[in-house]
Design a binder for this molecule. Structure first.
Ligand SMILES: Cc1ncc(COP(=O)(O)O)c(C=O)c1O
Length: 401
């Protein structure tokens, strides 16, 4: 048997060779390695809640195990979970969905993957507003289509229908919307969202609305689901939902898609030949999350808000940083260009300096298509945030002076 000498000897497909490693996971690994070496790391990298999954959700999973719910389920998920999703959207957003328009997925990520690969053909253009969640362009490229980025810095990353309109071409097939946004925390106001969807419907294209951070919106901004739009707009829409952040369930891998029945049918074909159904036990837990008390969500939201209010104010006091107030999610996204001096020419170099000189992990904005910015997660306790900002201030002041 021939021995492989170099990684390049192995014939990895071109599709996967083109794929970039996730920069958010890279930040996580850097923190793990330093912690293992006994370093006092302040980790402001995490894209996941620091809370535990609420007890009543865990109890539902235990119950499912005891009841022997350990077999394959329908590809679209159990009837009980489909019902829970439909009822939740009916109750919360006055949106009526039929079972044929709903499927459970292994995390919101799989819903986005299913939606994109079932819709685009090679050469199609997919609009992605900058800054974007790292996975969007990777899925689009994997599916053979071309990501086309919409610049939004002129409006401090607030996407407008006008910006979307300017980016449309005859090859545009799809737009990926993400409100609240990871990494910017920006929320598209409902009226603007509607204008964007009207444009989408008018042009006969489609939209994926990634509602992963759906519930994490801080007043006066409003929680809004595209599910509440009129049926003629919904005919062009796939909602990719997730239990990961709302219920602190990242490890459970539960999400869902809501879309026109023909689109769901195609997505079921892809899922049926890849992962089949999501984990049967996690499905029972996800159903309990949607049918049970929502008090846990309100409590987490209140804590995130407390941290956000403190963090944004503190970051604005750091010389060289500029920081708008995000309306949602759990990230601050400051502009660090005022600190780029000497050897530190990019936000990546700034993030590296924070890591090596101040043992503080943040995520470089360049990975999200926004060079010059860093993402700071506040899914960490207030005292660690305070320590982190102290360290960031030290490094920033040293650079600026
Ligand atoms: C914007 C966005 N969408 C989707 C996801 C996917 O979440 P999951 O697959 O855990 O549901 C994430 C996770 O970080 C995210 O930040």
């Amino acid at each position: 048997m021939q021995e492989l000498k170099k990684a390049t000897d192995f014939p990895i497909s071109e599709n996967v060779m083109r794929m970039r490693e996730s920069s958010t996971l890279a930040a996580m690994q850097a923190a793990v390695a330093m912690r293992a070496a006994g370093v006092d790391v302040v980790d402001l990298g995490p894209g996941e809640p620091d809370f535990d999954t609420p007890e009543h959700i865990k109890a539902a999973a235990v119950e499912a195990l005891r009841a022997g719910e350990t077999k394959y389920t329908p590809t679209a998920g159990t009837r009980a979970l489909q019902r829970a999703i439909i009822d939740y959207y009916g109750r919360e957003f006055n949106a009526l969905y039929e079972p044929a328009e709903v499927m459970a997925t292994a995390g919101g990520k799989q819903a986005i993957f299913n939606a994109v690969v079932t819709l685009v053909n090679p050469g199609d253009e997919v609009l992605i507003p900058r800054p974007y969640w790292v996975t969007f362009p990777e899925i689009v490229t994997f599916a053979g289509a071309n990501p086309v980025f919409i610049e939004t810095e002129e409006t401090q990353f607030q996407l407008t229908a006008e910006q979307v309109e300017r980016a449309l071409t005859s090859r545009t097939r799809l737009i990926i919307l993400n409100s609240p946004s990871n990494p910017s925390g920006r929320v598209i106001p409902p009226a603007e969202f509607k204008r964007i969807m009207e444009l989408v419907a008018e042009r006969g294209i489609y939209a994926v609305s990634d509602e992963c951070y759906l519930r994490f919106v801080y007043p006066p901004a409003e929680v809004f689901s595209a599910a509440s739009l009129a049926p003629e707009l919904r005919a062009h829409l796939c909602i990719a939902g997730s239990f990961s952040k709302t219920y602190a369930m990242t490890g459970w891998r539960m999400g869902y898609a809501l879309a026109p029945a023909v689109w769901v049918k195609a997505m079921l074909k892809v899922q049926g030949h890849s992962t089949s159904n999501p984990n049967s036990i996690a499905q029972r837990a996800a159903a309990a999350a949607f049918t049970g008390s929502q008090e846990c969500v309100a409590e987490m939201l209140a804590e995130y808000r407390r941290r956000r209010d403190w963090l944004i104010k503190a970051l604005r006091e750091v010389t060289g940083l500029r920081c708008f107030e995000p309306e949602g999610a759990f990230y601050a996204f400051p502009d660090v260009r005022g600190c780029l001096k000497g050897e530190v020419k990019t936000s990546g170099a700034f993030a590296d300096k924070l890591l090596h000189d101040a043992q503080t992990v943040v995520t470089d904005g360049a990975g999200f298509g926004a060079e010059g910015y860093i993402r700071i997660s506040y899914a960490t306790s207030l005292d660690r945030l305070q320590e982190g900002v102290k360290r960031i201030r030290r490094v920033a002041e040293q650079l600026v002076s």
